[in-house]
Design a protein around this ligand. Sequence first.
Ligand code: PMP
Length: 426
Amino acid sequence: MTRSEGLFARARAVIPGGVNSPVRAYAAVGGTPAFAVRGDGAYVEDADGNRLLDYVQSWGALLFGHARGEIVRAATEAAARGTSFGAPIEGEVLLAEHIAAAVPSVEMVRLCSSGTEAAMTAVRLARGVTSRPAIVKFDGCYHGHSDALLAAAGSGLATLGLPGSAGVTAGAVGDTIVAPYNDLMSIRAAFARFDPEIACVIVEPIAANMGVVPPVEGFLQALRAVCDEHGALLVFDEVITGFRVARGGAQEWYGVRPDLTILGKVLGGGFPCAAVGGPRDLMEHLSPTGPVYQAGTLSGNPVAVAAGRTALELIEAEDPYPELHRRAGHLAQGLRAAFAAAGVACTVNEAGGLLSVFFADGPVTDSAGAHAADHARFARFFHGMRERGIALAPSGYEAWFLSAAHTDADIERTVEAATEAARTLG
Ligand code: PMP
């Protein structure tokens, strides 16, 4: 028995499924999850002493790779001064100022501890501001696990949401309308049917929770126009894209301004920190200035905000995006060539430095396309890559995350491993 297998057996006795977040359990790919022991830069080491080139990077939180010195030092120094006060601290102000300076549509932020909380707050705020009940979300977009946002998808025209999890009542998702991603017709149909009930449209500006699915040309602009036409708010969930595709997130990259923005992951430098942001006139509807209640014991935690601010300072100092985009582009090209050489049908989607591999023939532009890909083949590819020292996210519905610590040599190694692994997929 490996150490990971031993730990997993113990874990399953005291933690449901042995994990504290379901996708870590390898259910989609089979096998035993590798327990992580330490990471440095682009690499992670597991409990059995394997050192792997890591494309999980804490699900995108680590823009600068594992244990970047400046971030670790900032967090350690902050912790030594006090780990939590429940009183305002200067660090929160500094982080908020950095975010407001970076993200085009954001003047003010409310900090919290997870993307789930931030998305939940954005929806409550949108409903509070507009006094409307309904929200539109897209099939295949994930906004955390609050009840109203866990609606499963319908297909074709927009459908009323059905609960996507046991324990979510029909009532909780009764005002959630689900539409196919990249399908403007169904958005127009939803507004025709439900206006003036719709408070907001919430969207991942680059979808990255059904694998990476970029917006088709004009999609985000059209969402902006439809929301304006109907007095609904446009909410960008930039938990993944924020500070990752550009300093100002996907809204800067595509030049579309949402009303509200949800941030997480990179923002916390690997610590629990997230935010909802927007212009002052919307944000001041939050308590204590406004009637929309939101709170958190550990919100704006000193250690998390120190780490997050350091990550944002590193972004300002190093501008990692041109290199990240170039390397992601090379990787996508190399992967396409690897699969073509092996005669394996494959679509590699890449946008803004995010990429993922679908074992599918044609373009993948929505969740139906993502589901139609060969996920059993992905599972074999995942293990083939692992055996060759490359750690991918254990599901074909996840993005590959590069960090600023990934080098050109790392990309070459990955393409070589994929070329070999592809030959075994036939
Ligand atoms: N929104 C998006 C786009 C996400 O990818 C995630 C998590 N992967 C969330 C929200 C939820 O964030 P958290 O896991 O921090 O609650």
